[in-house]
Design a protein around this ligand. Structure first.
Ligand code: NAD
Length: 268
């Protein structure tokens, strides 16, 4: 039996990267998946790959109406909602704090927080009633930047740390009907994009020179992960059978950053 047989899910930012890998794996595990995407081309790709098993909705996670429309689409198409994966995000490309003027910081804060934090809260709020009805689950995408400095600039690290509070508070408030957990990936080969307010909308993480070598050197397991490396962790936390007693868990999938240690160890 497939782990998510007959589940109905919604993934935000699921057109590319980690979100797309989650969509692909959920479908392979028997789920039908609504996907909130920004670009029409992503919607076309999803339908070409998965046909009726996906329901793409074009929208912006900063908009309450778009989040609500995405949830309603899943309920209309698939009859219920079992799992929500708030995942859409943007990056600050590690711009040093002191290199940003006050007004720049103010504008970039508003944009990054609106996507990476408000977008998660709006998706969770929009999904509340159907998730309660199905005794479902939320699986947020956090980051190694939820626990460690240096994997982004102050805005990204602040936002990802803030989401630890989101997971914990919602797990507390929404129990026992809805389990609330998260996956915290480390460095992953994706086209994670930058902030329009920083003139970096077209900048992509996978085009940053040396990103793969930097991650490989930093993590004990010694390589840059691919989006699909994290997908099984989402399946585990989504499954009401496998994760029946798990809530408020943030599962790292980061190559062992926690035990990076001080000196050095690796042989060969
Ligand atoms: P990605 O760019 O491939 O995926 C992010 C998706 O979010 C894109 O499809 C993008 O179109 C969408 N998006 C951005 N702003 C949006 C908006 N306003 N409304 C709707 N959709 C929007 O990058 P990714 O790395 O797969 O990012 C997914 C999540 O993973 C993010 O939350 C990111 O912070 C997190 N993450 C990434 C890494 C990494 O190294 N790539 C590591 C840890 C966590």
């Amino acid at each position: 039996m497939q782990a998510l047989q007959d589940y109905a899910a919604l993934v935000t930012g699921g057109g590319k990267g980690i979100g797309r890998a989650v969509v692909d794996r959920f479908v392979a595990e028997g789920a039908r998946v609504g996907v909130l995407v920004r670009a029409g081309a992503d919607a076309d790709d999803l339908i070409a790959a998965h046909g009726d098993a996906v329901a793409p909705v074009i929208g912006d996670v900063r908009s309450w109406d778009d989040n609500l429309r995405a949830v309603e689409t899943v309920v209309d198409r698939f009859g219920k909602l079992d799992v929500l994966v708030p995942n859409a995000g943007v990056y600050d490309f590690s711009v040093p704090f002191e290199d940003q003027t006050g007004p720049e910081l103010a504008e970039r804060f508003d944009e990054l927080m609106a996507v990476n934090v408000k977008g998660y809260l709006l998706a969770a709020r929009a999904a509340l009633e159907p998730l309660r009805a199905s005794r479902g689950a939320i699986v947020f995408t956090l980051s190694s930047s939820s626990f460690h400095a240096g994997g982004g600039g102050v805005l990204y690290v602040t936002a990802k740390h803030a989401l630890v509070g989101t997971v914990r508070q919602l797990a507390f408030e929404l129990a026992p009907e809805i389990r609330v957990n998260a996956v915290a990936p480390g460095g992953t080969r994706t086209g994670l994009g930058g902030l329009a307010s920083a003139g970096a909308e077209a900048t992509r993480l996978d085009a940053v020179d040396g990103f793969d070598r930097m991650v490989a050197k930093t993590v004990p397991l010694g390589f840059l992960s691919e989006p699909d490396d994290h997908a099984a962790a989402y399946v585990l936390l989504a499954s009401r059978e496998a994760a029946r007693f798990m809530t408020a868990v943030i599962l790292p999938s980061d190559g062992g950053l926690e035990v990076r240690g001080g000196g050095r160890r690796r042989r060969g």
